[in-house]
Design a protein around this ligand. Structure first.
Ligand SMILES: [Fe+2]
Length: 289
């Protein structure tokens, strides 16, 4: 009994105007709030929101939200974390209201990344109103997308996420300096990947988050928009080896990257076999740095 999806992301952002332009002009999420200096919330599916961008002096990762299916699953995570000596705190009533969830505990992973384990997200049945014409986002029970984090002791971090949060191993990639482990908690190929420290990235760093669209055209059109507006790309359009995602990566105003993709494979635990790859890509994904 572990987490069931990557539910939400909360960020402090120094340039809220640039993030708003990214959210509305490229991502295509429904925008809510953000007036009068308040948080800007992004909606992708029936969840009331899944990303919260809080205007701040400096950029910071505030929370990675991991959903569980029940109060029992929440308590199981609490027990397993406590057994490893990890401090767990209960969210305040204000924090629950801000996140729009029924119950939530907070803890940090081995590199200090702030995690929130919760159940009972606020659901909004009104149709999604994308901020630009997109066919939509692959979310629902698969979650918001995925996050990739840099870990100092990668193997120990994998153990933490498997044993405390209940992730399962999908596959691994070792290429150049990169040594990455991909983990799933639902049929999405990975909701989390953990990288070693490489390419100057140190532990606790959010390397990127990924959003998956419902059509390849959404990715192609977003790619055209990024290039025509000369927004900073990290990796050009390409396709990954392991999850078969066709995607591009662009630098967000906070410095880390966003992967915008389509067509990731799904994991069926009954037949899935853990693979190992020595390349990250089938084609494309040239570094734009
Ligand atoms: Fe990714």
């Amino acid at each position: 009994m572990g987490v069931s999806q990557f539910g939400y992301l909360v960020l402090d952002v120094a340039d809220i105007k640039a993030w708003r332009e990214l959210a509305a002009g490229i991502i295509g999420a429904e925008l809510r709030g953000g007036e009068d200096g308040g948080p800007l919330k992004l909606r992708f599916d029936e969840y009331e929101h899944r990303m919260t961008l809080r205007p701040a002096k400096t950029d910071a990762l505030v929370a990675i939200g991991w959903e569980v299916d029940s109060p029992e699953a929440l308590e199981a995570v609490r027990r397993k974390a406590a057994a490893r000596g990890i401090a767990v705190t209960d969210a305040s009533r204000e924090a629950l209201a801000e996140r729009g969830v029924q119950a939530m505990i907070r803890l940090r992973d081995l590199d200090g990344a702030p995690l929130e384990i919760y159940y009972g997200p606020k659901i909004d049945d009104s149709p999604l109103k994308p901020s630009r014409p997109v066919s939509g986002f692959v979310c629902g029970a698969l979650g918001l997308g995925h996050v990739v984090l840099v870990a100092k002791d990668r193997d120990e971090s994998v153990r933490f996420y498997r044993e405390v949060l209940g992730f399962s191993l999908t596959d691994t990639i070792k290429w150049d300096q990169l040594d990455a482990v991909f983990l799933h908690c639902n049929p999405r190929h990975h909701s989390l990947a953990l990288m070693n420290e490489c390419y100057g990235m140190t532990s606790g760093y959010l390397n990127h988050f990924m959003l998956e669209t419902c059509s390849i055209e959404d990715v192609g059109r977003a790619y055209d928009l990024v290039r025509s507006r000369k927004l900073p790309l990290s990796l050009a359009l390409g396709q990954h080896s392991n999850d078969r995602m066709t995607s591009f990566y662009m630098k967000t105003p906070s410095g880390f990257s966003m992967e915008y993709g389509w067509g990731g494979v799904r994991v069926d635990d009954a037949v899935w076999q853990v693979g190992h790859y020595d390349t990250t890509k089938l084609w494309g994904h040239e570094s734009a740095a």
